[in-house]
Design a protein around this ligand. Structure first.
Ligand SMILES: C[S@@+](CC[C@H](N)C(=O)[O-])C[C@H]1O[C@@H](n2cnc3c(N)ncnc32)[C@H](O)[C@@H]1O
Length: 230
């Protein structure tokens, strides 16, 4: 090949090396430009802290990516697995069209009640339906098939593959499946390092060869898996 720069894996001479990227700093850059939190979102974080919830909400840059994807597919009906205090639910609900609905599932009743307060105070109570229970059980009862435009997974990582099966059933053709923590802080590269690294690696591997989806992982935050239902 005459042009070295066109060879895969080669950096054109003079160009910076992307392997030196500081992802945390760049996430903060994206946050400043595109994902600034308003008072309501800051209040959700404060409320979650007051309730002594773990600080495991989406980072703003990831929430913004999720929100834009939901908007890009013109989603009217969205399903979220893992509500916590309602932080990501608010990002999603804000881009639903009039009459649109987010169903969000949370196993912990205390989390669900904080989330309900959050969505109410954000003026989104009509478009967010917080359901309490174990996701695997509630998902199995949800329907009809093909009735959701987007599904976002952000609960117990061991069961992402189970949730993926339900999502495959519930999504319409070209509906979006998304899941946070696809990188598990990089530990998916060493799947034996911990139980969840193994589970997430199996999930990523399964999706990569699942003929029902076209998928990839966006390197925002801890890795946002994005898949389109065929
Ligand atoms: C990472 S947090 C969700 C954060 C939220 N998506 C956000 O960004 O604001 C995960 C949540 O999933 C819930 N969860 C864990 N296992 C669950 C299950 N089997 N069914 C439903 N919810 C579950 C946890 O209680 C926790 O509130």
């Amino acid at each position: 090949m005459a042009d070295d720069a066109a060879a895969p894996g080669k950096i054109p001479s003079g160009a910076p090396d992307p392997s030196e990227l500081d992802h945390d700093a760049l996430d903060r850059y994206v946050q400043r430009l595109y994902a600034a939190e308003d008072d309501q979102l800051r209040r959700v974080r404060a409320r979650a802290d007051e309730a002594e919830m773990p600080r495991i909400q989406l980072p703003p840059a990831t929430a913004r990516a999720l929100q834009l994807l939901v908007r890009a597919v013109g989603a009217r009906r969205v399903l979220e697995v893992g509500t916590l205090a309602g932080y990501s639910a608010i990002w999603i609900a804000r881009v639903l069209p009039p009459g649109g609905k987010l169903v969000t599932i949370e196993i912990d009743p205390a989390h669900a009640s904080v989330a309900r307060r959050s969505v109410e105070q954000a003026g989104l109570a009509d478009s967010v339906d917080v359901r309490v229970g174990d996701a695997a059980e509630l998902l199995a009862r949800l329907g009809p098939d093909g009735s959701f435009d987007a599904v976002f997974l952000d609960a117990d990582k061991e069961r992402y593959t189970t949730y993926m099966e339900e999502a495959a059933r519930l999504l319409r053709p070209r509906g979006l499946l998304m899941a946070d923590n696809a990188f598990w802080a990089g530990r998916v590269l060493d799947p034996d390092s911990d139980r969840l690294a193994g589970a997430l690696n199996r999930f990523n591997e399964r999706l990569s060869s699942d003929r029902r989806f076209d998928a990839t992982i966006l390197p925002v935050g801890d890795g946002l898996m994005v898949a389109v239902r065929r």
